[in-house]
Design a protein around this ligand. Structure first.
Ligand code: SIN
Ligand code: CO
Length: 375
């Protein structure tokens, strides 16, 4: 049983952090986090073998060679990898182990839609994923054991890479700083900063709180999809056509009519829908909501209810988006849903203050569907 729930505290004001470091510079924060003793390595390994869980193992150290074993993983993999120099990576652990998702409440100085997930790694001595950079902001939270972090320069897609077919490892890293992370230490890295973390012992668990930075190409595809789903099929027509004297060309008028017709399909309401739907969809969508003791082990008499780790909420005026679906809210339901969307655990008093009959009905429905769990 954990002694306290996962938590993190910036060692400076959120305003100062955002101004000086966010998306700009790395920051090492000794002792900034706590309550990280669950999951242990066995639980993480067990989760990695479960259906629908994204997991991989990277073997290698120093200058390589590096091997990637992509999930789904088989149980015997753990007897084959040896004693040292390997790392197990499990994606979106917060979606599966609700207790770990509570760490995300500590990041409420940023909008919730900006959060992606918590990836966790378990490494044996010498284990590492190699020198690399990520395209997203990340807070690397040391949960157990010790990891040596080397930090390099800012990289981009042109930075030389090792010739590995699956792993995007840097060919060289100019080490600028080094930190030894002990349990509770947190390293913030902005996108693009080269880093290399090596486990110093065989008890090394690191949580990566990753952020969502929408890729505009994907967002555009979502917008197009939503707009097309709402549009009726309409064909080009030209009943006022007059004879052409050059059948080889596309006239200015025809070109403009074609382009206008296509762009008219971009309707503002569907565009907004696409944005909210996408931002309120969890990284791993459509999970089976099996809310049981394995997933939710929080025992705090003050806490009456928790949000399931894979429930994602985003307010939009008088409606709320829950895992990609919009729900219209009554005036009486709004205060409850505002509370549910702002944090992940709720005390008896907090709930009582926002409860009404219709709010109770809505909450009951969402509990039935597994989006929330009473304790
Ligand atoms: C790890 O936890 O081993 C790797 C995390 C990272 O470097 O992004
Ligand atoms: Co990384």
């Amino acid at each position: 049983m954990p002694t306290s729930l996962p938590h993190f505290q910036l060692p400076l004001s959120a305003a100062d952090f955002l101004r000086q470091y966010w998306q700009k510079a790395p920051l090492f924060m000794p002792g900034a986090a706590g309550g990280l003793d669950s999951p242990d390595a066995d639980t993480l390994a067990g989760l990695a073998l479960e259906d629908g869980v994204e997991a991989r193992i990277i073997q290698g150290a120093g200058n390589g060679p590096w091997t990637l074993t992509q999930g789904p993983l088989e149980e015997n993999i753990f007897s084959e990898v040896g004693e040292e120099n390997w790392t197990l990576l499990v994606q979106s652990v917060d979606h599966f182990l609700t207790e770990s998702s509570l760490l995300l409440d500590s990041f409420n100085f940023l909008p919730g839609w900006r959060l992606e997930d918590i990836m966790m790694s378990y490494a044996t001595k010498g284990g590492s994923v190699g020198p690399h950079f990520d395209r997203y902001d990340v807070f690397l939270v040391q949960a157990s054991g010790t990891r040596r972090w080397q930090i390099g320069d800012l990289c981009d897609d042109h930075s030389p890479r090792q010739p590995h077919p699956d792993l995007k490892l840097l060919a060289e890293m100019n080490v600028q700083k080094e930190f030894i992370a002990q349990p509770g230490d947190v390293l913030y890295l902005p996108p693009g900063v080269a880093h290399h973390g090596v486990a110093e012992d065989s008890d090394c668990i690191t949580w990566s709180v990753g952020f969502r930075a929408p890729d505009y190409q994907i967002l555009m595809a979502e917008i197009a999809g939503e707009c097309l789903a709402e549009a009726d099929s309409m064909l080009f027509s030209d009943p006022q056509r007059t004879p052409t004297n050059n059948p080889a060309i596309l006239s200015d008028a025809d070109r403009q009519q074609l382009i206008r017709g296509a762009l008219d399909l971009l309707n503002p309401e569907a565009i907004e829908k696409a944005v909210y739907r996408w931002l309120s969809t969890p990284r791993q969508d459509g999970l089976e909501f099996a809310v049981d003791d394995h997933h939710i082990r929080i025992r705090d008499p003050e806490i009456a209810l928790v949000r399931h780790g894979s429930t994602r909420l985003l307010m939009q005026g008088n409606r709320v988006w829950l895992n990609g679906e919009a729900h219209a809210l009554t005036e009486q339901q709004r205060p409850l849903v505002q509370l549910l969307a702002s944090q992940r655990r709720y005390t008896h008093n907090e709930l009582e203050a926002v409860m009404s009959e219709t709010a109770q009905e809505l909450l009951h429905e969402w509990i039935e569907q597994g989006f929330f769990a009473p304790l």
